[in-house]
Design a protein around this ligand. Structure first.
Ligand SMILES: *[C@@H]1O[C@H](CO)[C@@H](O)[C@H](O)[C@H]1NC(C)=O
Ligand SMILES: *[C@@H]1O[C@H](CO)[C@@H](O)[C@H](O)[C@H]1NC(C)=O
Ligand SMILES: [Zn+2]
Length: 601
């Protein structure tokens, strides 16, 4: 505005008292920029001074506030990231299906078996720091796939999802991000290495049953190439071409050969495992598969030690091998160790198998603590469960009369084998018998056989006639009948053959280092902690997977596009980790599967 063109709306008196504020107000009213009177008086300059001072003071306060807040944030971040700034190792342990009651049961069992005082604890008990809430996006009761996706990606997804999100896009995992950042990586399990928990760290599929596809991805047929340096466990059947002994693949791909082509050393026997010398003679990358399906439950494996390695031995081998392999690197390693079959004992409702699985996990946990104590590289171990299995309770009411307050660990100590092992023995026995003619067995013969089996396998000498009738009449559900017999004798209860929604425990080698997980947390926060502690970027991996994955899509038989992550489950399609039993182990697998139609589970 040119001087002389007075504002139309308001005429301000030109006085010593006119102020910047008045001019600003005028400008607001007129919508015009104000011009400064060239002749500014003392009052004007005083006001300018006051204004400037106020501005500077305000700015100063704002800057101070921002700096303070930054400091607070840094301090908070520092609390969350207690990891050292340099080289570090992270071991993440998963006790699949282990709920709080599993600990009470195992603690009392151990005290009973070894005559220990009532205050004797498990090693795990001394390292409890918090609890994890486990629900998935699709259910209040999660499965291991959604559970492990929360750990690997730090995000919730649906039951059955192997590190894919509800929109069926892949999410980068902490293991993949660690590999890209220069860490060495490993997975140790006692079930199939293609099962949900390990798969979620190194594969992406829409449905957990796609274990053939998972096997290929895990040995490096993956948009990011090979991301795992060491795998020890079982599930060999998904790596062998169909038609060969021990295979459960639907196609003729030889994934062991594919792994070797990608540089993997391969061992598949106890002798091969012993050759690794507990980790001092390992050349990475290494694939070690020691059973077609699962390594036997610890309660059975202890009698087959020449055939199968124990979880603890595999954990020791993995930590040692990865520590050696990263000795001269400025990056350490990320290792996931799973006590996979605590979950299976829960599905079976077999308390005797369960306590031995938890003890085996406790032993491996203890070995990891020892490794961390001795190793010069700073490291932390966090241990948690994906969910509880079985709705286990340390009490069971057997009669309508008001129950006594007790349960009997002695009944678990009397059992020398799992119900799975006994059912397999019974089934093998039945198949060996001539079905017709003079030598076909009488029910008395079978009764005598079962009486002996119950005595030697379960330490049960008082089977009721009803229990005997069920075993004789329904061998196809004997797996569950044996488990029920031992549950009744021990007075331990179960509410389901599936999973439950109870919060699960979080443990750590170092409560201070894992302070961010103290208290009650969502399972995704465990995943966030892992990535933050390693200081790796899972978001960048997600982006890379989405970009590179497209090139891995294939063309199906009908010419239709097929995602590299496989088919999406249809509405209502059952996603059940136990379905693998159907196509494995021949008749025994079929028998296990038929349980559903017979016992209505
Ligand atoms: C094995 O897989 C191939 C495809 O790779 C298939 O054509 C063949 O029918 C399968 N054989 C058996 C016995 O399942
Ligand atoms: C364990 O076995 C012993 C010897 O057969 C028996 O006396 C005892 O009652 C059993 N314990 C339980 C709790 O069943
Ligand atoms: Zn399960």
């Amino acid at each position: 505005m040119v001087r002389g063109e007075e504002p139309l709306l308001v005429q301000r008196p030109s006085s010593e008292h006119s102020s910047i504020a008045a001019e600003e107000e005028e400008a607001l009213l007129t919508g015009e920029r104000t011009t400064r009177n060239p002749k500014y008086g003392r009052a004007f300059w005083r006001e300018v001074g006051l204004f400037a001072w106020a501005t500077i003071a305000t700015a100063g306060i704002i800057i101070l506030a921002v700096v303070y807040q930054k400091q607070q944030q840094t301090a908070r971040r520092h609390d969350d990231t207690p990891g050292p700034s340099g080289k570090r190792n992270l071991i993440f342990m998963v006790s699949d299906g282990m709920g709080p009651t599993s600990l009470s049961l195992t603690r009392s069992f151990r005290q009973h078996e070894h005559g220990l005082p009532w205050e004797d604890k498990l090693v795990l008990d001394g390292h409890l720091i918090g609890q994890s809430r486990t629900r998935s996006t699709s259910s209040l009761v999660t499965d291991s796939a959604a559970g492990a996706t929360a750990f690997s990606c730090g995000m919730k997804s649906y039951n059955g999802a192997i590190s894919v999100l509800p929109d069926h896009s892949p999410c980068g995992t902490v293991l993949e991000a660690a590999k890209k950042a220069g860490y060495m990586t490993g997975l140790v399990v006692t079930t199939r290495i293609t099962d949900a928990t390990p798969a979620c760290f190194a594969a992406h599929v829409n449905r957990r049953e796609e274990e053939d596809r998972i096997a290929e991805q895990m040995v490096g047929y993956h948009p990011l190439g090979r991301v795992v340096d060491l795998m020890l466990g079982a599930g060999r059947c998904h790596f062998l071409p169909n038609g060969t002994r021990g295979s459960c693949r639907a196609d003729g791909k030889d994934v062991v050969t594919m792994a070797k082509e990608n540089g993997f050393n391969y061992v598949d026997s106890r002798a091969g495992f012993d050759g690794l010398k507990l980790g001092s003679a390992v050349e990475l990358p290494l694939l070690g598969l020691f059973a077609d399906q699962d390594i036997p439950f610890e309660i059975d494996r202890r009698f087959e030690d020449e055939t199968y390695p124990a979880l603890d031995e595999m954990a020791k081998t993995a930590t040692k091998a990865l520590a050696e392999a990263t000795r001269d690197s400025d990056k350490g390693f990320f290792l996931m160790i799973e006590g996979s079959r605590i979950d299976h004992a829960g599905h079976a409702n077999d308390p005797a198998a369960q306590v031995h699985e938890v003890l085996a996990y406790d032993k491996a946990f203890s070995s990891v603590l020892e490794f961390l104590e001795k190793d010069s590289v700073p490291g932390v171990m966090v241990s948690t469960s994906d969910h509880e299995t079985g709705g286990l309770s340390a009490a069971k009411q057997l009669h309508t009369t008001y129950p006594d307050y007790l349960w009997y660990p002695g009944a678990l100590a009397n059992a020398s084998h799992s119900s799975e092992h006994l059912a397999r023995q019974y089934f093998t026995h039945l198949r060996s018998l001539p079905q017709h003619g003079a030598h076909s067995p009488t029910s008395d013969d079978l009764r005598a056989y079962l009486t002996d089996l119950l005595a030697t396998g379960l330490g049960v000498h008082d089977a009721t006639s009803e229990e005997m009738q069920i075993l004789l009449g329904h061998p196809e559900i004997s797996f569950f009948t044996f488990a029920d017999i031992i549950s009744r004798r021990s007075q331990t209860g179960w509410s389901t053959h599936g999973h439950s929604a109870v919060d699960v425990n979080i443990y750590a080698s170092d409560a201070r280092a894992a302070k961010a997980l103290a208290g009650n947390h969502e399972n995704t926060e465990v995943g966030e902690f892992l990535a933050r502690w390693l200081d790796v970027d899972v978001g960048a991996v997600t982006k890379e997977l989405r970009e590179k994955g497209v090139a891995f899509d294939t063309v199906g038989k009908g010419g239709e596009a097929e995602s590299w992550m496989g088919r999406i489950a249809e509405e209502g399609e059952r996603l059940d980790g136990w379905d693998h039993l159907d196509h494995a182990e021949g008749d025994f697998g079929k028998m296990m599967h038929r349980r559903c139609s017979v016992c209505g589970i």
